[in-house]
Design a binder for this molecule. Structure first.
Ligand SMILES: NC(=O)c1ccc[n+]([C@@H]2O[C@H](COP(=O)([O-])OP(=O)(O)OC[C@H]3O[C@@H](n4cnc5c(N)ncnc54)[C@H](OP(=O)(O)O)[C@@H]3O)[C@@H](O)[C@H]2O)c1
Length: 335
């Protein structure tokens, strides 16, 4: 008689009494660089999430523009729609918004929170425009909004500011917040042309749908507004950011810095002075070997000055499908 190895291993006692996994229905708005990676991550991590968190995630609806496009995601074709009301009618337990821009993302966010649902979003433009309003809407309706992926890609800066550092006396923030621009400046430093560096950033999925928002500093300014809101308490829309990007000639910026033995980085800074908050985004020359010069490719870095001997510094991949989708997944499974 042959006995399979599995039959000889006793089931651990806890598995017999393990709580039944709760079925959590997820509606995913957007199946591009970030959304498609999230769908794959949910599928790949399903067994681990079920055994550790006792929840079984299922993607029940996916909103896209083009329902006919072939996509390598483990979601049945009949779950795709390009109709926002049909998408919202799925009444999923959690809605993930990975479309970007203000509409229809804003409509999806408001409808989800107004019915008391859970929203997870990667959308910095929306949070920079209406984050305080959406958090208030969530509070009024017993809903919940999480947006870890909106700033810093895979760096857990939002949860740090909303939870661990909520009452910490942040005085100043200095950061590199745009992975695309940083990637381009690094590649130009290494000898690439601006056109080739931009094409490589787009091919890697780092660039926004319209890369102008990366290059003119708007994307960094949106993220800085969100950080200033969480650190200093004023509404993100009210944070006045003086914004200069790397256009029109990033190659010249790199050349000028190189001639002085320095590097150039698009630096976002904000500071509280009494009741006033000043904020700026601009290309700055930084010493070689400094923290910012050592931040290369699509990395981001965020330095929080609390008036202590050392700042709190978080750094890591600031763009790309996998890190950003991992931040979304963290929000999905965090209770
Ligand atoms: N890429 C990154 O590295 C990164 C990093 C951090 C945060 N984010 C944020 O993550 C979000 C998604 O970015 P992404 O790079 O994944 O963008 P993307 O590749 O351009 O994907 C956007 C997705 O949204 C869908 N979509 C766009 N407009 C729509 C509309 N009006 N109705 C229905 N569907 C619509 C698109 O549908 P089709 O596929 O049919 O075109 C696509 O599936 C954005 O908020 C972005 O700022 C991205």
């Amino acid at each position: 008689m042959t006995v399979s190895l599995l039959q000889t291993i006793p089931r651990p006692a806890h598995s017999q009494n393990a709580p039944r996994a709760r079925h959590v229905r997820v509606a995913l708005a957007g199946c591009g660089v970030v959304g498609s990676e999230l769908a794959r991550l949910i599928d790949a991590h399903a067994p681990a999430i079920e055994s550790a968190q006792h929840i079984r995630l299922e993607v029940v609806s996916v909103l896209v523009r083009d329902t006919l496009r072939a996509r390598s995601v483990p979601v049945a074709r009949n779950r795709f729609t390009n109709d926002v009301p049909e998408f919202l009618a799925s009444n999923a337990d959690i809605v993930v918004e990975a479309i970007g821009g203000l509409e229809p993302a804003g409509r999806i966010a408001r409808a989800t929170l107004a019915r008391g649902g859970r929203l997870v979003t990667a959308n910095k433009a929306l949070i920079a425009d209406a984050g305080d309003e959406l958090v208030a809407l969530a509070r009024t309706n017993g809903a919940r909004i999480d947006f870890e992926a909106a700033v810093g890609g895979g760096i857990p800066i939002i949860r740090s500011l909303r939870n661990s550092l909520r009452d910490a006396p942040v005085q100043r923030i200095a950061a590199i917040l745009n992975g695309t621009t940083n990637f381009i400046l690094t590649r130009i430093e290494e000898g690439a042309s601006f056109a080739d560096a931009l094409a490589a950033a787009q091919a890697a999925g780092f660039a926004e749908a319209d890369p102008t928002r990366d290059l003119d500093g708007t994307d960094s300014a949106d993220k800085l507004r969100i950080l200033a809101w969480l650190a200093f308490g004023l509404a993100p829309r009210d944070v006045d950011v003086r914004c200069i990007g790397v256009l029109p000639d990033p190659e010249a910026l790199v050349r000028e810095a190189h001639a002085r033995g320095e590097a150039v980085r698009l630096v976002a800074r904000c500071e509280r002075q009494g009741a006033r908050v000043t904020a700026s985004v601009q290309p700055l020359r930084v010493p070689r070997g400094s923290l910012f010069a050592r931040t290369i490719d699509e990395q981001n870095v965020i330095s929080l000055d609390l008036g202590w001997n050392q700042p709190i510094v978080l750094s890591g991949p600031g763009a790309g499908g996998r890190p950003t989708a991992t931040a979304l997944l963290g929000d999905l499974v965090c209770s």
